[in-house]
Design a protein around this ligand. Structure first.
Ligand code: NAI
Ligand code: MG
Length: 492
């Protein structure tokens, strides 16, 4: 890759003051198999061929997983159909609710082990898997358990019915949480599931399967097939699937939508984003700086709703950059299992290569690179949290989803210009607005074409709140009452 030579600005020396001793989370008590095939009909089953999944912080293999063939996908779909006809559709809704509550409670009980495994397989800091992924995954099962026997009141008294078998494909950035987002509403509405986890992060789905066994969930109600995109394609194209739910790249989402056209299968897509985080000159700046940091560095920036475009009112640009530079110097990057780590490992070699390419494009296109002055571990996939100043909207770093800890800083003068710049993207998933004035916040929010808009906060999630996109960020909502709709047929 040809890049212009530029030494990143790391003006702030390493953070003054605090010195952190290592505070490693112990992994002694975690337990997992060396090899998993699939989880079909309530049992772990063998696969014909396997691939390895690693810990991205050490590059060591954790376990092997089945590379699901079309025949194995077919077995899983048949199991889900049987589970639907024999058990799940026959259960009174209040009984379905009991299973969902039980799963939620078991997720809480096993939270510590699951958080550690999520961090080992995905690379995210333990404080995030412990405080965000796990509590939210349990919250989704609790929340949808509550809906299971109240579905007839969800849509103005309309009669509702389940769809049948849902085929679900999820990405690697929030493996367990995305599984919960997809499975909980599907089951609450009376559907059964075949889910494929991402090929780099299948481990916690296998532990979730153990929880389903412990909860005594009837066989076939949830099935997991492991494998890469080929397995995903076999699942979404299987003729006996009634509904497809996909979260991942816009490229694959677009292909799935084409493949499903005319099949009668229901589809929801949750795709990429390039969220604008808008800072007005009357914002509480210290809080806004924290919001910028959370917005782009949470989960290494592997977040579809990340605030990856910072729009700062021109009059405060220099002050924001000064404070951001200082805050960047205090970020702790490294071992994801260390409780002090703020930014963990990039999920895969491929994703690290993509991020590094964009760091090069930023410089090539003429922006100024500011990298955190932190030391990086010698092994594993790590990159210094970075922001760019002097970014123009046409720069590749401002236009494309990077899905990494890379922020593009741009300016605006008036609220109208902020809105125009925020909306100038093919995506429309998220946005943030920072201002001291409630009236300004609501006036600006009403003009933004984004599915989720945070006011004086960023990257906050709640099971009761719908999440989803506009434009190329996809369609359909997950979470909240709206999250029931993709899994129900609403009859008049
Ligand atoms: P991807 O879209 O290829 O993978 C997501 C999931 O889809 C995985 O489970 C994968 O196995 C599956 N998949 C791949 N091809 C498929 C197909 N033809 N049919 C059915 N399923 C298929 O995303 P990838 O390659 O991991 O990441 C590339 C970029 O996509 C990232 O750099 C990021 O920009 C974006 N992305 C966005 C996500 C989001 O949450 N919106 C999540 C993951 C990636
Ligand atoms: Mg891909």
């Amino acid at each position: 890759m040809a890049t212009k030579k530029q030494t990143p600005k790391t003006t702030a020396a390493a953070a003054p003051g605090w010195k952190y001793e290592p505070a490693l989370e112990s992994t002694d008590h975690v337990r997992f198999e060396k090899r998993y095939g699939h989880f079909i009909d309530g049992k772990f089953t063998a696969a014909k061929s396997y691939f390895g999944a690693i810990n991205p912080a050490t590059e060591e293999q954790l376990a092997e997983f089945g590379q699901g063939s079309a025949a194995e996908v077919d077995t899983a779909v048949k199991s889900a159909r049987r589970g639907y006809e024999k058990y799940w559709s026959k259960l009174p809704p209040s009984e379905r609710a009991k299973y969902l509550y039980r799963i939620a409670r078991l997720l809480q009980e096993h939270a510590r082990e699951l958080a550690i495994l999520e961090t080992m397989n995905g690379g995210k800091p333990i404080k995030e898997s412990r405080d965000v992924d796990l509590p939210l995954a349990a919250a989704h099962f609790f929340y949808y358990a509550g809906w299971a026997d109240k579905l007839q009141y969800a849509f103005g008294g309309a009669q509702v019915a389940p769809l049948g078998v849902a085929g679900q494909v999820i990405p690697w950035n929030f493996p367990l949480l995305m599984a919960a987002w997809k499975i909980a509403p599907a089951l609450a509405c009376g559907n059964t599931v075949v889910l494929k986890a991402a090929e780099t992060t299948p481990l916690t789905a296998m532990k979730l399967a153990e929880i389903f066994q412990e909860a005594d969930l009837p066989p076939g109600v949830v099935n997991f097939v492991n494998g890469d995109g080929r397995t995903g394609a076999a699942l979404v194209n299987h003729p006996d699937i009634n509904k497809v739910a996909f979260t991942g790249s816009t490229e694959v989402g677009r292909a799935i939508q084409k493949q499903l056209a005319g099949t009668g299968k229901r589809l929801t897509l949750e795709l990429g984003g390039k969220g604008a985080n808008i800072i007005f000159d009357d914002a509480a700046l210290d809080q806004a700086i924290e919001g910028i940091i959370t917005g782009i560095f949470f989960n290494q920036g592997h977040v579809c709703c990340a605030g990856s475009r910072l729009l700062v009112q021109e009059s405060i640009h220099d002050e924001v950059v000064r404070r951001l530079t200082h805050r960047l110097s205090t970020l702790r990057v490294g071992n994801p299992l260390d409780k002090n780590t703020d930014v963990g490992a990039i999920n895969s070699r491929a994703q690290l290569d993509k991020i590094e390419a964009y760091l090069g494009y930023g410089v090539e296109d003429g922006a100024v690179r500011h990298a955190a002055p932190c030391p990086l571990p010698g092994r594993g996939f790590f990159v210094a949290p970075t922001f760019f100043t002097g970014v123009a909207p046409a720069h590749r770093i401002a236009a494309d989803e990077i899905f990494g800890p890379v922020l593009s800083v741009m300016t605006f003068r008036t609220p109208e210009e902020a809105v125009a710049k925020a909306n100038a993207t093919p995506y429309g998933l998220s946005a943030g607005i920072w201002t001291d004035k409630g009236s300004k916040l609501f006036a600006v929010a009403s003009q933004l074409k984004a599915g989720v808009i945070w006011g004086n906060s960023f990257n906050r999630f709640d099971a009761t709140s719908p999440f989803g996109g506009f434009k190329e960020s996809g369609f359909g909502r997950e979470g909240g009452r709206q999250g029931l709709l993709p899994y129900l047929e609403v009859r008049g």
